[in-house]
Ligand binder design. Structure first.
Ligand code: NAP
Length: 320
């Protein structure tokens, strides 16, 4: 089968099409003939080599979520899955392939009205946005800021906060055009990457969902209201400055909180329960899966170039 491998860490040119044997699903796994493969922000970080210290090696097959039809099952898996269309998590890699294996507890049937592309746009990002907001103890009537709102997680956080009764949903983004698209998804205020939203923007926020981190993180932490909560769900701009902890302690008297959230701390059953609700809501048209573009699997290099160039609003989906 055709697969995309990171032959050399660094630029997208290090990705190559390779020929691999079709894997046999191990006990507890299913084999999925892929129709859609999500290109995630973490795939880009892994390809860059930045996570080499965490055990990622050249030769890695990127891709954390796929959708398609189950063609075989391993020992202990109900054979009635065969022939069903599913969404599946492949973890931190293994998705950029024509036939992917996934643990049975990390697959979900696709609703008839939801496309494979929509499912790999929502599957991971929607759950992170949901549990990130929950980790922040978000409640109706609160003001929310989504930092890095133009990506898969941010787009879902905006929609969930708006549907959840936020008093305001501010977003950071790099262009007015993206700002307008985010307004159509529920944003009420558009800020630039340095938190400037003009006089209309709320003076402070009860909740900040931060996909970006990086050097500017303290600037955003300072915009929390007393008792406000900032939850880091990503770090597309890298680590915060070394004295971030000192800045958090300097705000001691405002009882503000900083937390990180990773979906790795949520059980597969709880993640799937939320995904299932979100898939149903998307198939009823209540939330939107924003697919930036469909590209053939062979065009993975182009997909990564577009991600590197910051051109992507929502999710690029590869179609094997
Ligand atoms: N918590 C979890 O369990 C979990 C799970 C999966 C992934 N992740 C993490 O989530 C992140 C990817 O999420 P995603 O796919 O939603 O994001 P993304 O699309 O990679 O980035 C989100 C947005 O951030 C803005 N941005 C990019 N670089 C920036 C910079 N240097 N400074 C300020 N803004 C910048 C861009 O929008 P504008 O150009 O419009 O500003 C971009 O569209 C990764 O860090 C990944 O590791 C976390």
């Amino acid at each position: 089968m055709k697969a995309i491998s990171i032959q050399t860490f660094g630029s997208p040119d290090g990705l190559a099409i390779v020929d691999l044997p079709v894997p046999a699903p191990a006990a507890g796994q299913v084999l999925i003939a892929t129709e859609a493969v999500g290109v995630g922000g973490v795939d880009i970080v892994i390809r860059s080599g930045a996570l080499a210290a965490y055990g990622f090696k050249e030769g890695h097959i990127p891709g954390g979520e796929v959708a398609g039809t189950v063609t075989a099952v391993g020992d202990g898996v109900d054979a009635s899955w065969i022939g069903r269309r599913v969404w599946g998590s492949t973890g931190t890699g293994g998705g950029y392939v024509e036939q992917a294996v996934a643990p049975v507890e990390q697959i979900l049937p696709l609703p008839r009205d939801l496309s494979a592309a929509a499912s790999v746009t929502l599957g991971s990002s929607g759950a992170v946005a949901h549990f990130g907001l929950r980790h922040a103890h978000f409640a109706p009537g609160e003001t929310v800021l989504v930092r890095g709102a133009a990506g898969g997680i941010g787009i879902m956080a905006v929609q969930l906060a708006a549907h959840g009764g936020a008093a305001a949903v501010a977003v950071t983004t790099s262009s007015a055009e993206r700002g307008e698209r985010l307004r159509r998804l529920g944003a009420t205020h558009v800020l630039d990457r340095s938190c400037d939203g003009g006089e209309e923007a709320p003076a402070g926020y009860d909740v900040i969902i931060d996909v970006v981190a990086g050097e500017d993180m303290p600037l955003f932490f300072d915009r929390l209201n007393p008792n406000g909560r900032m939850v880091a769900v990503g770090a597309v701009a890298g680590r915060p400055p070394a004295d971030f902890g000192t800045k958090i302690m300097a705000a001691f008297q405002k009882s503000m909180s900083f937390a990180a959230f990773s979906a790795a701390t949520v059980t597969p059953a709880d993640l799937n329960a939320v995904r299932s609700e979100q898939f149903a809501a998307a198939s009823r048209g209540e939330i939107e899966a924003v697919v930036h573009e469909l590209l053939p699997l062979d065009e993975a290099v182009l997909a990564h170039q577009k991600m590197d160039a910051g051109e992507v609003f929502g999710r690029i989906v590869l179609t094997p």
